[in-house]
Design a protein around this ligand. Structure first.
Ligand code: E4P
Length: 222
């Protein structure tokens, strides 16, 4: 499973990339707007920090507009994956962009049928939003699991990218159901490394080690 960071904050992305386990980044218009920085320079900078795919989203919602914006965004860097909303015009644009060799991510996916449309259009990624499904009382991970199963049945090449991740449990579940990628907010990412037993265990190891060294030293001196 690949791990992407779901952020447009350069400090967060830098810190996450330094961990050595990050494969890519996803952004969206809300995340970019939150940073208050210029869209193109932010995407270019993220591409310099991370050695992997970087999703950058179009704002247009009509076929021609999406195509024009997507080509402009794709030209920013070879790592760029153009994120397009999973609406009929978006799917149609992705079918064209796929033929042009432009990498795409159909986003805002909430159902198996939408995911099938993404795969048929030749999208590089499809992003089911599991947290937002949970928010409306549905089971986001169950939808994700069905998508993974259908894609395996038909050998669809589109990668399933679990998005809208809210907590570490979502990451564990995405891994268990076989998502190809999970994109994780920085706060959740940091939690993935920790366990109280690791901290307690390490403290005890170091304590035992230093005590033994001290005893050897005192023995030699005495
Ligand atoms: C995915 O690519 C989106 O940027 C993101 O995961 C949306 O998450 P949210 O539902 O927490 O906004």
């Amino acid at each position: 499973m690949e791990i992407f960071i779901d952020s447009a904050n350069l400090d967060e992305i830098r810190q996450a990339a330094e961990s050595g386990v990050v494969d890519g980044v996803t952004t969206n218009p809300s995340l970019i707007a939150r940073e208050g920085a210029d869209f193109e320079s932010t995407i270019r900078e993220i591409c310099r920090i991370v050695d992997g795919p970087v999703s950058a989203e179009v704002i247009a919602t009509d076929y021609q507009g999406i195509l024009e914006e997507a080509r402009r965004i794709a030209a920013l860097d070879e790592r760029v994956v153009v994120k397009v909303p999973l609406i009929p015009e978006g799917v149609r644009a992705v079918a064209t962009l796929s033929q042009e060799g432009i990498k795409t991510n159909l986003t805002l996916c909430f159902s198996v049928n939408q995911a099938i449309m993404a795969a048929k259009a030749g999208a590089t990624y499809v992003s089911p939003f599991i947290g937002r499904l949970d928010d409306i009382g549905m089971d986001g991970v169950a939808v994700l699991e069905e998508i993974v199963e259908v894609f395996a049945t038909y050998g669809f090449e589109t990668k399933v990218l679990a998005a809208s991740v809210r907590h570490p449990e979502h990451v564990r579940q995405a891994a268990l159901v076989g998502a190809d990628v999970v994109t994780i907010p920085f706060g959740v990412f940091r939690k993935l490394f920790s366990h109280p037993l690791t901290d307690q265990g390490l403290e005890k190891f170091l304590e035992d080690w230093h005590r033994a060294r001290l005893e050897v030293k005192e023995g030699a001196g005495g």
